[in-house]
Design a protein around this ligand. Structure first.
Ligand SMILES: Nc1ncnc2c1ncn2[C@@H]1O[C@H](COP(=O)(O)OP(=O)(O)OP(=O)(O)O)[C@@H](O)[C@H]1O
Ligand SMILES: [Mg+2]
Length: 263
């Protein structure tokens, strides 16, 4: 690593952060705590992977980060701005421009072609130019399927289209919830190679929840959600020892203390 790269690494700006985020759900008369104080900083251009057993709250956390749900207490900060202070309209506009979402089940609109699906996020902002959609389909290796509907595409192909759609408004942040969960191992790895390649080449921050320890290992920072808290890999040996084939913490995966934003 040369001096410039080293400096860039230490000076990466915080693009998203959480402050003691808490969220619980009601189950009948009981309250089930899911997140009990998540404080984390997500920095520009890095890939964060989040592991955790089923029900640990990964999807809940990703929804809070994208402003799709409100926390009970605590904050989500986008470049030091508390998103809970945004109006509904501003929140929707922020989400549409700053966040690209990738889901396990793709969530493409069945009546639209691949190209129309990719261009949809821009159309919602009144942009009708189809060219960026073509370019993105090319980038994900799907240009030959531009006019196909989702039902005519394999799962891996649908997820490629969904990744192109997530990038359509050139968001700073990509949030992916088990993007390979519906794919076989080989196809899943191809999709991850694609997603990480685009994330790195375009300088995006990627926050990715996964059950797959080998996939999690590919993050610049590996996090684990356990007991309602988000911890680094090396501090979560109890959880990780129960994850088959999980890697030992390497010096590369160690987090600098990221518990709170400095301002
Ligand atoms: N809308 C809701 N109403 C009530 N309970 C909910 C709701 N959403 C999530 N939960 C509960 O919150 C807990 C965390 O759910 P979440 O979906 O975030 O877990 P997860 O880590 O994403 O699990 P998985 O790995 O299975 O996807 C679970 O116990 C779930 O039942
Ligand atoms: Mg989930």
């Amino acid at each position: 690593m040369n001096e410039t790269e080293s400096r860039e690494k230490t000076e990466r700006a915080a693009v998203l952060a959480t402050e003691t985020l808490q969220k619980s759900f009601r189950a009948g008369s009981a309250t089930v705590p899911v997140l009990t104080g998540v404080s984390m900083i997500f920095r520009e251009g890095l890939c964060y992977t989040i592991q955790g057993v089923s029900g640990s709250g990964k999807t809940t956390l990703l929804h809070l980060l994208a402003g799709l749900e409100d926390p009970d207490s605590g904050q989500v900060l986008y470049r030091h701005q508390d998103i809970s202070r945004f109006s509904r309209k501003r929140l929707a506009a922020w989400r549409g421009r700053a966040i690209g979402l990738v889901f396990q089940a793709y969530h493409l609109l069945p009546e639209l072609t691949a190209l129309e699906n990719v261009n949809l996020p821009a159309m919602l902002f009144g942009q009708r130019d189809a060219k960026p959609g073509w370019e993105l389909l090319k980038a994900v290796g799907m240009i030959h399927r531009s006019h196909h509907r989702p039902s005519e595409l394999s799962g891996g192909e649908q997820q490629r289209v969904a990744i192109a759609r997530a990038l359509r408004n050139d968001p700073e942040i990509l949030i992916a919830d088990e993007p390979t969960g519906n794919l076989d191992e080989e196809t899943g790895m191809e999709v991850i190679d694609l997603l990480l390649g685009l994330q790195k080449s375009r300088g995006k921050t990627l926050i990715l929840a996964t059950h797959d320890p080998r996939l999690a290992q590919r993050g610049d920072r590996q996090l684990v959600l356990s007991g309602g808290k988000l911890e680094t890999l090396e501090r979560s040996s109890v959880v990780l020892s129960s994850v088959p084939g999980s890697p030992k913490a390497s010096s590369e995966s160690r987090l600098e203390p990221e518990s709170k934003p400095s301002s």
